[in-house]
Design a protein around this ligand. Structure first.
Ligand SMILES: C=C(O[C@@H]1C=C(C(=O)O)C=C[C@H]1O)C(=O)O
Length: 367
């Protein structure tokens, strides 16, 4: 055996022994999760199913993993591993069904996998309305819907769905968005006649497309996956703008990478469900408030937050309805509704508003 082989053998024996320990520990952890499930079921009252998924606990586990990490593995890499470990443990307790805006390969699907890990069963739906409906009817445990993109702003349609459906926000997840140019064949960026892409992709990559392909025809489609389907169907004259995942799914070549106008382009998604989430120690609360359309209404609303020193993380105005004399504000702020000072502000807001809908308190995104 050469010196190199001897040294490698020693190290690989060490790795084998560590793997064996990790393996035993993983199954020990899985057994604990099974016992946790038994306890949850034993204490469940009424005929509702026990709540197995606990976002606040998962956020705490992930935060602790990142805090205690000493390397050489990067914080987000160890957290990603633990994310998957919790995903398999939860699946052992109860397989989670998660609805997302499809088709297969959307950024929303990536967000769902990032949040729940790969052991959750993610099911595509044709619209965000259908995702809300599926969760409300109990067909899926949770849903994942886009709420805000760093370059495009808030997805107002999602906000409006919270008025129509009685669902809670159980979590949030942020996803870095990377768009690429996908194509059949190896012609690089030459001879492109048509570009298939959805509207939101055009908004996020417009300057790059104007600089590189001003003359190519732009054809708007319903999703990045649909763009890829068209690029496959039409051959090398057509390209799709989509993600790595879509490139893999449709076996297209990536001929230009990361064409997003904002290098840190990211989208925030909300996890919707029918569950009140406990405190994780670093939480956010979202509310919908309806106020009369009068001068100073927003000022009065915001004063309550100012007085209680509560930081707002987002505020968006939505029209109540065309004939209404009310405005609706969607407000996100730091803190959990179980905290006394948040309860105080909610009470004050209640007496100042026509309607206050508490959409939920949930852990601030960890990954
Ligand atoms: C084990 C539990 O159930 C689930 C699995 C978790 C885990 O694997 O750590 C954490 C929270 C829950 O989503 C628990 O509630 O503690």
């Amino acid at each position: 055996m050469s010196d190199q082989e001897t040294e490698l053998k020693l190290l690989r024996d060490q790795i084998d022994s560590i793997d064996q320990q990790i393996h035993t520990l993983l199954n020990d952890r899985a057994r604990c999760a099974q016992s946790v499930a038994e306890v949850k079921e034993r204490y469940q009252q009424g005929d509702r199913e026990a709540v197995f998924y606990r976002p606040e606990r998962e956020a705490q586990v992930l935060r602790r993993v990142m805090q205690r990490n000493q390397g050489p593995l990067a914080d987000h890499e160890v957290a990603r591993l633990f994310r998957e470990i919790m995903s398999v443990c939860l699946a052992l307790e109860k397989p989670m069904h998660v609805a997302f805006l499809g088709p297969e390969g959307t950024f929303t699907q990536q967000a769902a996998s990032k949040h729940f890990g790969h052991s959750a069963h993610c099911i595509p739906f044709n619209s965000n309305d259908e995702v809300f409906r599926e969760v409300e009817s109990g067909g899926a445990h949770y849903g994942v819907v886009p709420i805000e993109n760093s370059s495009e702003g808030v997805v107002t349609h999602t906000l409006d769905l919270f008025k129509r459906f009685n669902l809670k926000i159980c979590g949030e997840v942020e996803l870095r968005i990377h768009h690429h140019v996908l194509r059949v064949g190896d012609e690089g960026l030459d001879n492109i006649a048509r570009i298939y892409l959805p509207q939101q992709t055009l908004s996020q990559c417009r300057s790059w497309l104007d600089t590189h392909f001003l003359s190519a025809e732009r054809i708007l489609v319903s999703s990045n996956a649909e763009a890829a389907r068209m690029a496959v169907k039409q051959g090398p004259a057509a390209v799709a703008i989509a993600s790595d995942l879509v490139a893999d799914l449709y076996q297209l070549n990536i001929v230009a990478r990361n064409i997003d106008d904002q290098s840190d382009n990211s989208t925030r998604y909300l996890i919707i469900g029918d569950q009140d989430v406990g405190e994780s120690g670093h939480d956010k609360t979202s509310i919908l408030v309806t106020v009369p359309d009068k001068a100073g209404a927003l000022y009065e609303l915001l004063q309550h937050f100012h007085q209680h020193k509560i930081s707002l993380t987002g505020i968006e105005t939505r029209p109540a309805s065309p004939e209404s004399s009310h405005s609706v504000f969607y407000i996100d702020f730091e803190g959990h509704a179980a905290n006394q000072h948040i309860q105080n502000v909610l009470q004050e807001l209640q007496s100042d508003t026509v309607e206050l809908k508490l959409l939920g308190s949930y852990p601030v995104a960890v990954l």
